[in-house]
Write a protein of this length. Sequence first.
Length: 432
Amino acid sequence: MRFETMYENLGISKEVYEAGRRVEELLVPRFCEFDKIAEYNQLKVLHAMQKNKVSEGCFQASSGYGYNDLGRDTLEKVYADVFHTESALVRPQITCGTHALALALAANLRPGDELLSPVGKPYDTLEEVIGIRPSNGSLMEYGITYRQVELLEDGYFDYPAIEKAISEKTKLVTIQRSKGYQTRPSYSVEKIGELIAFVKKIKPNVICMVDNCYGEFVEPIEPSDVGADMVVGSLIKNPGGGLAPIGGYVAGRADLIENCAYRLTSPGLGKEVGASLGVMQSFYQGFFLAPTVTASALKGAVFAANLYERLGYAVVPNGKESRHDIIQAVTLGSAEGVIAFCQGVQAAAPVDSYVTPEPWAMPGYDSDVIMAAGAFVQGSSIELSADAPVKEPYAVYFQGGLTWPSAKLGILKSLQYLVNAGVVSTEKLEKL
Ligand SMILES: *Cc1c(COP(=O)(O)O)cnc(C)c1O
C-alpha cells in the first residue's frame, strides 16, 4: 500500500504525513482503550436491540397521528435499556439538543420552582431557555427561577456553596457533562455521580438532569448509571451515529419522561402520537454504529491533541488526559492560525470540500467566527467540524469524525494548511 502517494493525492506533503505517522505510532495503547470501550458499548446496544426484538417492521414509516408506531415505541425501549432507565422519549419531533433540554426542563418544572446549576454557566443556548438572557417563552416568564453556583478555581464543584444554594424551592438540578465551549474540564461519569449523591443527600426528591451532549458512549457507563433521573442529548451528535438526520432524546424515570411526552405533544396525548415518518431505520442504524463512531471521534481528538501539543500549542484536554467528551480545543494563538486550521478541515471533508470558509460576523457572537463543516447532515457535530471565534486567545474547537481515517485526514490537512500559511515551519515538523 502506497499511503504516501494516497495522501499526496489529497494534498498532504511527505513531511506532514511522516509527522502524523510518528505521532500515531505512540497512540496505539490509547486507541486500544477506545476500541475496548466501543466494544463494550456495542454489546450494550446489541443486547438491547435483541431483547426488544427489533425487526424489519420497526423500520416502516408511520404517518398522521402515528398511533401504534412499533418502530418508535421499540426504539424508545432500546434507548431506555442502553441507558438503564425506566423510559425514554426518542423522536424526530425533538428538533435538536437545545430543544430536548428545554423540553425536559419545561415539562418537569412548575411556576414557583427553582432550577439550579451547580456547575456554573450552562451551554449558551440554554441561557435563553432559562431566561438568563431575557427571551420570549423562557422558563423565567413562567415564574421558574434560576440559580447557579460557580465552579472552583480548578473547574470542579464548590460543595459548601451548592449545599447553601439548595432550598425548599429547588426542584431540578441540571448538570452539563461536556465543557462545551468553556475552559472548565468535562466531567467524568464518576464525578457526576459524586455530585448527584451529594445533592440527593441534602434533598432526596430533587430531580437530577444531565446534559449528556457529546458524552454518550465515551465511557462504559452513562450518568443514568450513577443516579441521574434524566439524561438528555441530540441525535446529530454521538447517539445518532452520523445517520440520524434530526432528533433528540430524553431517557430517565418513567414519571419524568411521561411529563416530557405530554409537553412535547399535548396533555392527554403524550407518547401515543407522533408519526416517525421515514426516519426509523436511520435512528436504529445510527444508534447501532454510535459506539464505534464515537471511538473514531475520540481517536481524532487524541491524535490532534498529541500532534499539536508536540508542536508547542496549548491543547485542552492535553494529550495524556482521560476523555469525557469528544471536543478538542487547540490554541493556535493567531488569526492566521485558526483560519488555516478551519480551512484545512473543510478541505478534507467528504461534502463541500471545495469551498473555503471565511470568518464572518455571526449573530450572537462578539467577534467574527470561522466554521468548517463538510457534513452529510447540516450542523452535525459528530461529523468532523471545527469552529473558532477570531479573537484572543485564538483557540479552535473541533469535534467529530465518523471514521478514524477521515478524522485523521482532517487533522493532517489542518496541519498542512498551517504549514502552507507559514504558521508552522517544516523544521518543526521534522523534530516531531
Ligand atoms: C450541542 C450542545 C447543546 C445543544 O445542542 P444543539 O443540538 O446544538 O441544540 C447543549 N449542550 C451541550 C453541552 C452541547 O454540546
